[in-house]
Structures are given as C-alpha cells and as structure tokens.
Design a protein around this ligand. Structure first.
Ligand SMILES: [Zn+2]
Length: 380
C-alpha cells in the first residue's frame, strides 16, 4: 500500500477544492463560509471541528456532494470507518453523478472498507472502479495490497503481474513469494502435492527463492520421501549458496535420519568451495570434526575461517572451544582475550528493515508492516 501517496493526493484535492470554491464563491452563497471553514479545519487536521462544520454544511445544502465526501473522509480519520463507508455509500444512490465524482466516492469507499477491516467489500468496490478506468494505477496498487491483506495469493499474483507490465517492472522475487505462500496454504491443508507444484513454480519464476526450496523439501520429508527432500536441498545449496546456512539444520537432521553421516562433511565442503560470505559452513564442519574427535582437522578449519572472517566472533569461539577440548588452556585464554576486546557476543536476530519487527527466524513477509523481503539484511 502507498498511504503517503494517497495522503498527499487527498491534501492536493482538498487544496484544489478550496481554491475552486473561492473562485466559485460569488455564484453560490448558501453557507459558503462554513464549508470553507470546514475545509480549512481539515487541512489543519482539526478533524472533530471539521466534522461539525461539514455536518452543518450538508444540512444547509444537500446538493454539496464534495462536502459529503469530505464528511466521510473526516469520519475515517476519526477512526469511524464504518460510519464513513455509510456516508460514501449513500452518495452512490444519487443519479447523474459526474463520473469523476463517482470515482472519487468509490475510491474513498475502498479506503473506508479497508480501514474497517472489510477487505471483501473493499475488493468488490476496487474491482468495480478498475472496470470503469483500466488506467487507474492508484486503485490497482490499492487492490493489490487488499489481495495481499486477504492472503488471496493467486489474485495478488495476477494483479502484481499486470501492474508490473504497466510499470515495466520485474518483481519476479515477490511473485515467487506469492507462489510460496499459496504453496504453504496447500501443504497446510494437507495438499502436499499441490503445494509442491507451487514451490516449483516459485523457483521457476525466481531461481533464488530461498523459502521455496526449504518448504519443498519439508513437504517431501512429511511424506517420508527423504531422497527427494535431499535432492531439493542440494539444488538449494547450488542455487543460493549465500543463504545456504538457512538449510543447514534441515540437511543435518535429514542426513542423520538417513544414516548418511559421511555426506554431511561433503555437503559443507561443497558450500565452502562456493566461498560464502558467512562462515556458517565452516562452523558446522568444525562442530562435526570436534564431535568426531578430529581436532587437527577442526583446528585447521578454524584458522582458515579466521583468515577469511577475522572479525567473526563465532569463528573465534569455535577456535577457543577446540583449544579447550585439547587442554591447550594458554592458547584458549589468549584467543578469549582477543574476543573480549573485539566485541560482546550477540544473539543473531532477524529484524525487519522497514518497521524493526524482530524475529528469531528469517521471514519473507513481515507480520507487522506486511512488507516483503525486509529481513534479508540481518545484523551480523
Ligand atoms: Zn516490518
């Protein structure tokens, strides 16, 4: 949604009305100063004051359609969207409304319904408005946000695609996320196969669609099809090595369940060869070597990882742990001192770059502000 654009648009319309009204004032003398006062109050955001004045204005002149429209707007601003929608809806029964005015009424009716949480009604009106004006980008954008709100991913997909064509934009990554959401709905309803079809479509749209791989493999896992799940996770490592670490837990438990312990080492090595910008694969592999008592290999890896990621506290902690396991207390202490001097330990937390919502899991759709892909730059 673009609340600022709509907001600015309303202010411009309001200011234009004021100007227009001043010009036409000579011709219509019925309660003119009251109406103008009301518009001024609106511009000054004195909503309650504007409401009283607009009520008096329409009482004196029931033909002042714009005053009714603003009355609804003010009610919406006063957090009374249902009442606002009634005012706007009542205007629709009037005959011979100029089409421009009719469209303005419909536009505000959409906003009323949206504010009231009546997304179905809002969608209905928005579809009607677009029917009469196919070039109405503002309503199209609004409709898209409504379908997202309703979690109607197929419709959202259709409308984003058509908006993209208009604006010569390519949103393959977000279109893919719609498919992922649709797939999750399917798998949530135990339609695993239909869900997987959506995940595959998501990857077709956008090869680096991380959640599509992860959920696709989860779906196979739920059906006990471990080989297929493994195949998807391997494709994931190849396609999106920069986010490989998000699949490590799944890979480890899967390979453990399959009894293929040896493959775990090979897979982490594969990720390391892709030179990821995070040390997670090194850390996983070190952990594996330490558990297996292969301290030389672990130590070698720890040093390599610190060459590559010298400021990474998790790499240094791993090195300390290896020294500790080998009873090399002096070296462990030396590294611990370096670590303390460098930085305090932080928990990895994912935060929405738009609204700051924090989550321990990476998310693709912020549950708070409903922006897409705002969690991808997590703090290091
Ligand atoms: Zn957010």
């Amino acid at each position: 949604m673009t609340p600022t654009i709509i907001g600015i648009g309303s202010v411009i319309i309001l200011a234009a009305s004021l100007l227009l009204f001043r010009r036409n004032r000579k011709h219509t003398e019925r309660g003119p100063s009251l109406y103008m006062d009301a518009l001024n109050s609106m511009l000054e955001e004195k909503h309650q004051e504007a409401l009283e004045k607009l009520k008096l204005t329409v009482k004196a002149d029931t033909e002042n359609i714009m005053a009714y429209i603003y009355l609804g707007v003010v009610l919406r601003k006063l957090k009374l969207p249902v009442r606002a929608s009634k005012v706007h809806k009542n205007l629709l029964v009037r005959n011979h409304l100029p089409s421009k005015q009719l469209n303005t009424i419909l536009h505000h009716l959409i906003l009323d319904y949206q504010e009231a949480g009546m997304a179905d009604h809002a969608v209905e009106v928005a579809e009607r408005l677009i029917q009469s004006n196919k070039h109405d980008l503002e309503t199209k954008t609004l409709l898209l946000s409504l379908y997202e709100e309703k979690q109607d991913w197929d419709k959202a997909f259709f409308h984003r695609q058509s908006l993209n064509r208009w604006m010569k934009k390519k949103d393959q990554d977000i279109l893919a996320l719609y498919k992922v959401q649709a797939g999750l709905r399917q798998t949530g309803d135990s339609h695993e196969r239909e869900g997987r079809i959506r995940f595959r479509e998501a990857i077709k749209l956008y090869k680096k669609c991380v959640p599509a791989y992860l959920y696709w493999s989860d779906s196979y896992r739920r059906e006990g099809r471990n080989n297929e799940a493994l195949k998807i996770l391997k494709e994931f490592l190849q396609a999106v090595p920069e986010w490989a670490h998000l699949g490590f837990d799944r890979l480890k438990t899967l390979l453990f369940d399959m009894g293929r312990y040896g493959d775990i080492e090979a897979l982490f090595n594969l990720v390391i060869r892709k030179k990821p910008n995070r040390p997670d694969a090194y850390l996983e592999l070190m952990d594996l070597y330490v558990r297996a008592g292969k301290y030389d290999k672990a130590l070698d890896l720890a040093q390599k990882s610190l060459d590559l990621y010298p400021d990474n506290s998790r790499c240094r902690m791993a090195l300390i742990r290896i020294y500790e396991q080998q009873n090399r207390t002096d070296e462990a202490l030396e590294e611990a001192k370096k670590l303390i001097h460098k930085e305090h330990l932080k928990n990895i937390i994912f935060a929405c770059s738009h609204c700051g919502f924090e989550s321990s899991d990476p998310l693709w759709l912020c549950p708070q502000c409903r922006h897409w892909k705002t969690f991808l730059n997590e703090p290091s």
